[in-house]
Design a protein around this ligand. Structure first.
Ligand code: NAD
Length: 428
């Protein structure tokens, strides 16, 4: 379970402050970059199917747009908080900068549980969120995308509402659209595949053959599933995955020591990334407690569910066999647990580098939508691989040259790029 004693925004600021001190940023630049430039809190009244009206709370935070229009997902989550959205918006700024795409950072959220909303209620919620924010966002201002518990269907309802309000066609307003409605081929796979492109490079540097490695993952949603598929394609073995079971209101880890079959597992998983327990047992999986994913004897650990999952309370349960921590989720490791990862010499692939494939492909989608010309899937994935590989190479090179932890090296590159944009615009 997420540990609520950690505030993700405080974590994001603590990470920023540490790196700002390493770089020696001046006070005004620090003040400008350690908090959002703009944020909107909205109330969204939604007519429910039974005729009653329910009021939902939503957010859109634009952390920084010095390098280009803000970019970032919109999450539906019952425990969403303004501070979570702030942290995620800030990480988006660094993420876009570390992969060197000309975009800033934003994030949105609505406090709701889509499991308890019908299709039509979800549609009205999406349209309501846009109605409240349509003047604050746009293809040249701030561009949303799917995130936890939202998908292409939600994006198209949002796009349709935005276009109705603005009276024109603006496919570049939103990304993660269904393919037949202006989405980019490869977007669904991009975040998960991107994590493995980066992992592949790290394994080369560490002299480890992928076919000799095993992986345990927290989560089995979009990021985890495509990462697992690409990892299996490289020859690695996925030993365990965990997920939230909404029916039972708890999480489980599913394990098969000789490797989980990805097609089988995906076939018994719902659209929220919840694996059907009975079918998993029938397919020969062991069912373990939800937090067992962290203590598996594997070479690579991948948190790919929620933030604040690796904390001082469980970091020492990580097996001595683990060589690489591949952060698929945003902010999965708290700063104090991060110290332990560093001390133990576990090679870290930090979140905003490792999971930047999603936003990179979203950027490709924006480019395609704005020019109304669409690329083949191979072209998209090839460009994605090139971007992810060169971003990893730059971070690794700096980490080695300056003897920095990989997270710090990624931050130094990203923050320097944003600080430079802010300076060149004459803001500080
Ligand atoms: P998703 O909704 O598709 O999947 C989330 C998964 O996490 C599901 O399998 C769910 O069952 C599982 N989960 C939820 N609570 C859990 C718990 N307590 N224990 C174990 N499993 C739990 O979400 P996603 O798109 O795969 O995103 C996962 C993470 O990656 C998030 O942190 C998100 O912000 C981040 N991320 C996503 C993208 C993207 O393109 N989808 C891009 C960058 C970062």
């Amino acid at each position: 379970m997420e540990d609520k004693s950690y505030n993700p925004f405080a974590n994001a600021q603590a990470q920023f402050d540490r790196v700002a001190a390493i770089i020696g940023l001046n006070e005004a630049t620090c003040d400008l970059l350690r908090q959002p430039l703009r944020e909107h809190h909205v109330l969204i009244p939604v007519r429910m199917d039974d005729g009653t009206t329910k009021v939902f709370k939503g957010f859109r935070v634009m952390h920084n747009d010095a390098r280009g229009p803000a970019k970032g997902g919109i999450r539906f989550h019952p425990q969403e908080t303004a501070d979570t959205v702030r942290a995620l918006a800030m990480w988006m700024t660094w993420k876009c900068a570390v992969v060197d795409i000309p975009l800033g950072g934003g994030k949105g959220g609505v406090i709701c549980d889509p499991h308890n909303l019908s299709e039509t209620e979800q549609e009205r919620l999406c349209r309501g969120w846009i109605r409240q924010l349509a003047k604050e966002m746009g293809p040249c201002i701030d561009v949303p995308a799917p995130d936890v518990m939202t998908n292409g269907k939600h994006m198209l309802w949002m796009l349709d509402e935005f276009e109705t309000i603005h009276g024109g066609k603006y496919p570049g307003f939103i990304t993660g659209k269904p393919i037949e409605m202006g989405g980019s081929l490869g977007r669904t796979e991009a975040t998960g595949f991107g994590t493995i492109y980066v992992l592949r490079e790290a394994l080369k540097d560490l002299g480890i053959k992928p076919e000799n490695t095993s992986l345990s993952i927290q989560g089995f949603g979009n990021v985890a599933q495509y990462a697992a598929r690409m990892f299996t394609k490289l020859g690695g073995k996925v030993v365990a995955v965990s997920c939230w079971d909404n029916g039972e209101k708890t999480s489980y880890t599913y394990r098969k020591k000789d490797g989980l079959a990805m097609d089988t597992l995906a076939g018994i998983t719902d659209t929220f990334g919840c694996i059907n327990k009975e079918k998993a047992v029938a397919a020969g999986c062991e069912v373990l407690p939800g937090d067992a994913w962290i203590e598996q004897d594997v070479d690579i650990l991948m948190p790919a569910a929620l933030e604040n999952q690796i904390t001082p309370a469980n970091v020492n349960r990580i097996s001595r066999q683990v060589k690489i921590l591949l952060e698929g989720a945003n902010g999965p490791t708290t700063p104090d647990a991060d110290d332990t990862i560093k001390e133990r010499g576990i090679f870290l692939l930090p979140d905003f580098l490792a999971n930047a494939g999603g936003v990179t492909c979203s950027y490709f989608e924006q480019v395609q939508s704005n020019s109304n010309y669409y690329w083949e899937k191979e072209e998209v994935l090839e460009k994605l691989d090139t971007k992810m590989t060169s971003a990893y190479r730059a971070v690794r090179e700096l980490a080695q040259r300056k003897n920095l932890y990989m997270r710090d090296a990624a931050y130094v590159i990203a923050i320097n790029r944003v600080a430079q944009a802010v300076r060149m615009r004459g803001w500080v």
